[in-house]
Structure formats: structure tokens, C-alpha cells
Ligand binder design. Structure first.
Ligand code: ADP
Ligand code: MG
Length: 275
């Protein structure tokens, strides 16, 4: 079945910018932006959760989004993934794909992977099997679940296991993993589907200091290879991974820039850091 996303993906021009591995066939990144939100507004019973929000994420960028509770961070993720429809504004994936016209499933199929706060792995399966199932769930490589893996597929799983630091626990039942390990496994499952843009909502919530440190290393490894948007409260974590930070407040951008600049912005201190 051909979807609107397929049609939109096929219509993209060849990307121009020299971005190496982050370039994606079918996605028009000729202006470097992989995600572009323009004047997005969302109201819940008259309350403006997002108020003319504008945001541009470049291909290969790792962007951290911070802001006090109720700032609109989760609503923004919901708009990008099609869970919530904006009352006004536009969301572009690359130059040509208008996400507000696609269903949640079409958006996922177009290459946007989202990790929710609570890990959702297949608890009764092994770590390896979880990655295998995630790979086979990818529509482009859909196969019978019982089909034997080829060596290239084996290698991909092994690479991902190393990346998420679960190579030693490949045969462990996922339900027995620590909270942090489950979070990494879920990131690995998203990576098996080769998303063009990865959205992580509070990836280190509930993690130990050591797990948080390892997650920062993982994010730093992914940066440049993938485009990542990370919503997070843990400022120590953010300062370890952030190149550029966007501060949301009352549904729009309060400040944006390098972490040390944003951290010393009096408006940010007032609404967020000083609380
Ligand atoms: P954040 O993730 O930054 O904490 P949210 O995006 O969850 O903020 O929420 C922004 C505002 O919108 C909050 O005031 C929240 O209460 C409100 N809100 C979010 N979702 C809904 C909803 N489905 N119905 C009503 N109000 C909502
Ligand atoms: Mg939230």
C-alpha cells in the first residue's frame, strides 16, 4: 500500500549539503533543516499549551529542549509525531513533507522514532530478540518472524548491542534488565528501524548516576550520525550532551543557544533554573 508519506518521500529532491552519513534518500535536506516548526499553536480548553512555537533542527544535530513543567515540551513532541494536531502552524520534515497531513503511523514510517519516558520492551524476550523483532517490524525489511537472520542482519544487531552497551547481556531476558538497561534497549530498538530523526523524552529519568553518564556517552556517539531531539530535566546531563539548547516557557521559545549562554540568561534563571 502506498501512503502519503511514501509519495512525499519520493518527491524529495536530492540533498545538496555535504552532510555525509546523516543524508537520507528521499528526504530533502537542501536547506540543512530536518525538522521545521512554524508558528505552532495548540489549545486545550482555551489554555495555550503551545503559542506560536517556532523551532528548526538541522540534520545531524543533537538538540536539547528544556523548560519548567507545563512549558509545552511533551505537547511539542505530540505535535511532531502526529498524536496532537496543532490548531495553527506548520511542521515540516525535510523541505517537502508536511507532518500535519500525515497520520501517526505514516510519520513513524517516514522516519521519526520516538521514545517515551517509560521503557516498553518485550519483557519475556531476550535482549537480542528484542532488537531482532524491532528490525523485522521495519516495513522495508519485513520478513516472517521465524525467518533466519542473514549475516548482515546479525552484524547490524551486534553493532547496535555494542553501541547501547548490552553486548554482554544479549541473551538475558529483557524483563530482568535494570531500568537504565531497558531504556538503552529501547533506544537500540528504535535505532534498528534506522530513524532519520530520533525524539527522546526524558531519557535519564529514574537512572542512576552511572547510567546517566553512560546515556550521555551514547547520545554523544549518536550525535552527528543521527538527528536527535532530547527533552530532559536533568541539567547535569543536558550540559554533558548539549551543543545547542532551546528553553521553552509557556508554549514558546524563551531562549536558545549554547548551554553556557542559556544558563546565564536572566530570563531563563527566573523561570527555570532559579526555581
Ligand atoms: P511539559 O511536557 O513541558 O511539562 P506539557 O506539554 O505536558 O508540558 O503541557 C503543557 C500544558 O498543557 C500544561 O499546562 C498541561 O497541563 C496542558 N496539557 C497538556 N496536555 C493536555 C491535555 N490533553 N488536555 C488538557 N491540557 C493539557
Ligand atoms: Mg512533559
Amino acid at each position: 500500500m502506498s501512503t502519503a508519506a511514501d509519495t512525499a518521500l519520493q518527491s524529495g529532491d536530492d540533498p545538496q549539503a555535504p552532510l555525509g552519513r546523516v543524508l537520507q534518500p528521499g528526504l530533502d535536506l537542501s536547506h540543512r533543516a530536518i525538522l521545521y516548526l512554524e508558528d505552532i499553536s495548540v489549545s486545550f480548553d482555551g489554555f495555550k499549551a503551545l503559542d506560536k512555537l517556532g523551532l528548526t533542527i538541522d540534520a545531524g544535530e543533537l538538540r536539547c529542549i528544556i523548560g519548567p513543567n507545563g512549558a509545552g515540551k511533551t505537547t511539542m513532541m505530540d505535535v511532531i509525531t502526529g498524536k496532537t494536531r496543532p490548531d495553527a502552524g506548520r511542521v515540516f520534515f525535510g523541505q517537502t513533507i508536511d507532518l500535519t497531513r500525515l497520520s501517526e503511523a505514516e510519520i513513524a514510517h517516514a522516519g521519526i522514532g520516538r521514545k517515551f519516558q517509560k521503557p516498553t520492551v518485550f519483557e519475556q524476550h531476550t535482549v537480542f530478540e528484542n532488537l531482532e523483532l524491532a528490525m523485522k517490524a521495519d516495513k522495508r525489511v519485513r520478513k516472517a518472524v521465524f525467518a533466519r537472520l542473514g549475516s548482515a542482519e546479525h552484524d547490524r544487531i551486534a553493532d547496535t548491542l555494542r553501541l547501547i552497551r548490552l553486548a554482554d547481556t544479549a541473551d538475558r531476558i529483557a524483563g530482568l534488565l535494570s531500568h537504565g538497561q531497558k531504556q538503552w534497549l529501547e533506544i537500540g530498538m528504535l535505532l534498528m528501524q534506522e530513524p532519520k530523526l530520533l525524539l527522546l523524552d526524558e531519557p535519564v529519568a529514574g537512572m542512576t548516576d552511572e547510567e546517566t553518564e553512560r546515556t550521555a556517552e551514547l547520545c554523544n556517539t549518536l550525535a552527528g550520525r543521527h538527528s536527535l531531539v532530547v527533552v530532559e530535566h536533568d541539567m547535569d546531563f543536558v550540559s554533558r550532551i548539549a551543543r545547542k539548547v532551546t528553553v521553552l516557557h509557556e508554549g514558546s521559545v524563551l531562549a536558545e543557544g549554547p548551554m553556557d549562554t542559556v544558563q546565564n540568561d536572566p530570563r531563563v534563571i527566573e523561570v527555570y533554573l532559579g526555581r
